[in-house]
Design a protein around this ligand. Sequence first.
Ligand code: NAD
Length: 268
Amino acid sequence: MEKKLNGQVAIITGSSRGIGAACAKEMAKAGATVIINYPSAKSKETADKVVSDIHKESGKASGIQCDVSKEAEVIEMFRKVVEQYGTVDILVNNAGLQRDASFTDMTLEDWNFVIGVNLTGQFLCAREAIKEFLRRGKTDLSKAIGKIICMSSVHEVIPWAGHVNYAASKGGVMLMMKSLAQEFAPKKIRINSIAPGAIKTSINEDAWDTKEDVQKLLKLIPQKRIGVVEDVAKAAVWLASDDADYVNGTTLFVDGGMTLYPGFEDNG
Ligand code: NAD
């Protein structure tokens, strides 16, 4: 297999499980050294397992604890990675969560918690990554001096009642990504998003844990299958590689057609 990310260093936030872990594994297969970020000591064990799985496949990986919503921790994570590996070439801004509530019951804490991780966390990591790309400049490893992939969601465009904090965070990610891409494309930095639809992970377990839930969910997916983490991870490798060198400031929907208004499938 051609190693399209050979020699590059990739930080993948929230990669001790789910979509982040899959992105880390695919990027390691493509030759990148991957940094498995996890938020607290509680997820260290699962992060260590991802690192050891990658080592077993002869990939390069190490783990680092950092809560992406905390500025000092993000700055320290980038400092340590640059100290150990020389630079960072790729950031996958993946860490994200939900704390759902009907709007009138949503507390300020529910709002700030989700915005803090999903949007502010992506801002802090993107800022540190871009500073490092600009400091280091061009290398022979890639046409761009750096690549950022923001993990968005179909809810950057699909409104989601009962999840206003989450939808607002992903809508925010969309315009943050586009504004950054506009600012830094002249410096040869590529910034894009992936918007997954329904991908089977622990974030959305209640949407697929019974047969009835699955049937209900499949009505929203024209392709009639729930996504798997590899669907997203393969797209992430492509977006980070020079094969996508002319792709900048866009969202790649990996959603089995969820954004195609499936309610109109049968004449509306
Ligand atoms: P997941 O819950 O399995 O993974 C989320 C990861 O983020 C976990 O590893 C968690 O430890 C980490 N995380 C949470 N808070 C963090 C923090 N403060 N600092 C660092 N890491 C933190 O869920 P997932 O489905 O793998 O979600 C990954 C991303 O994909 C999220 O941004 C999510 O919004 C997005 N997404 C998922 C789906 C889906 O269907 N699974 C759909 C659309 C978007």
